[in-house]
Design a protein. Structure first.
Lengths: 244, 244
C-alpha cells in the first residue's frame, strides 16, 4: 500500500489523464467508478490498482493499493458523484475465439455501445468489434452500461470491411441491418456462428459495408419504423441467441 | 407574433418553470428542444408556442410565436447546447383505446422510459402507463429518446395494481417479466391484445404486481442474465408485435 496526499503526484496526474480516450488507448488502461464493477473487474483479473479514501477498507485486494485524499479521488473521477474508491483496470480486448460477433459501424452514443456489449454477452455472443468512429467502450458511461460484460467479452476496434472479409473467409455468415431491400428477421433461420452489423444512430449501416454482407435483414415494424440501435441489437441478439 | 426581450417577462419565467416536473404536471405543458421533434409535435397538433431567435424563420407556424433574445432561449432551455428555437407543447395523454399496453413499474432512467415509448410505438402498441416512481416522460432526455412517439401514443400515469385489474376485467391478458418461476418467452403464444409489465432497473417488477399477472414470462438468456429494461421491452414488443 502506498499513501498519496499530493494532487501534484505523478501517479495522480497519470490516472487523471485516463479520463481522455487518447491516454486510455495509449496505456491500455481505464477508470472504473462503481463498486460492483470494480469487484467484477477484480474477479475478471483486469483490475490493476485501487484508490481508496484514507480510513476506508479497500473493496478488493487489488495488485496495487493506494490510500488517497478526497481531493485526489475527486480529481481522478470523471463523474459528479464523489466516489470513495476508484479502480484502474487494464484492457483485455481478446478472450476467446470470435464466432458470434457484433460489428458496430459508428455507433456514437456511449450508452448504446455499452448496452450492446451487455446484451451481446447475455445472448452468448463472444465478440463486439467497433469501427474507429464508435464511442469509446472504456469511457465511464459505456462501462456502466455494459454492467461488467466488457471484462469478459472480446471488445476491440477493427476495420469493418476487412473484418467482414475475414469472417466470411472463415465461413461465418455476415448479416447487415437495413430498412431497404432486406429480408424480414422472422424469415431468417439464425446460424449459430454469425455476424450482425449495427449502424450509426442517424444513418444506419454504411452502404459499402452492406454490399459486403451475405444478407441484409430488417426488423418488421408497424409503420413508425424507428428503433434505437441498441434495441435493434437486442432483438437481433435474442433471435440469434445461443441455445444451451 | 410577440417580441420578448426581458428575462424578467412573466412568460419567460413561466416557460422556465417547465424545466421542473411539478410545473409540467400542473400546467400540462412541456418543452421541446430538437427541431425534428418540434416539427413532429406541430404535425401531431400538440405544439402551442414556438420561441425563436430574432432574425430566424420559425420552424413551423405554431399557434403562438414569440421572437426572443439569445438570453431568453438560453434561460428556457434545459440543455447546454444553445437552441435557436424552442417549442412549448401540451400533453395529450390519451389518443385511442388501450389494447396493447406496457406498464412501467418504477423505471427510473429517462432514457429507458423514452426508448420504451419509442419501441412500443414501432411495434404497434398503443399505450404506456407509468407508475408514480417512473422518470417523467416529458423531461428533456426522455422526450428525445421517444423520437416523437410520445406525441401520438397513450402515455399516462396510473396505479398499476388497479390498471392490471381493469385490463384483466376487459379480457386483456397481463404478462409480468420475471427471472423466477416464469415461462420462457419462446413458449408463449403472444395475444394481439396484451399487457406487458416492465420493472425497475435494479429490482425488476414488484412481487405484488407479479402476483396479479396472468402469466410470468422470462427472456431466455445464456448465463449472464443481465438485460437493460428497455432492451427487455424491445424483445418483448417484437415478440408481441402487431402483424399487419
Amino acid at each position: 500500500m502506498e499513501k498519496i496526499t499530493s494532487l501534484q503526484n505523478a501517479k495522480v496526474k497519470f490516472w487523471t489523464s485516463l479520463k481522455d480516450k487518447k491516454s486510455r488507448d495509449l496505456h491500455g488502461l481505464f477508470i472504473i467508478e462503481e463498486r460492483h464493477l470494480i469487484e467484477e473487474a477484480f474477479n475478471a483479473g483486469v483490475l490493476e490498482s485501487l484508490l481508496y479514501l484514507t480510513g476506508d477498507t479497500p473493496y478488493v485486494n487489488a495488485p496495487e493499493l493506494y490510500e488517497c485524499t478526497e481531493g485526489i479521488l475527486k480529481k481522478v473521477s470523471g463523474t459528479v458523484s464523489q466516489n470513495r474508491q476508484i479502480g484502474i483496470a487494464k484492457k483485455n480486448p481478446v478472450h476467446s475465439e470470435e464466432n458470434r460477433v457484433f460489428l458496430l459501424d459508428e455507433v456514437q452514443d456511449p450508452g448504446n455501445v455499452g448496452t450492446i456489449i451487455r446484451t451481446a454477452k447475455s445472448f452468448g455472443f463472444d465478440t463486439v468489434i467497433l469501427s474507429e468512429g464508435c464511442a469509446d467502450p472504456y469511457g465511464h458511461k459505456a462501462i456502466r452500461s455494459t454492467q461488467g460484460a466488457l471484462f469478459s467479452l472480446n471488445v476491440r476496434y477493427g476495420n469493418l470491411s476487412e473484418e467482414i472479409q475475414t469472417l466470411k473467409n472463415r465461413g461465418i455468415p455476415v448479416y447487415g441491418t437495413s430498412l431497404k431491400d432486406a429480408v424480414p428477421l422472422d424469415e431468417i433461420t439464425p446460424a449459430e456462428h454469425a455476424t450482425i452489423i449495427l449502424g450509426n444512430e442517424g444513418n444506419g449501416v454504411k452502404q459499402e459495408l452492406l454490399s459486403l454482407c451475405d444478407q441484409k435483414i430488417r426488423i418488421p415494424m408497424e409503420g413508425f419504423e424507428s428503433l434505437n440501435v441498441a434495441i435493434a441489437g437486442g432483438i437481433l441478439a435474442y433471435a440469434f441467441r445461443k441455445h444451451q
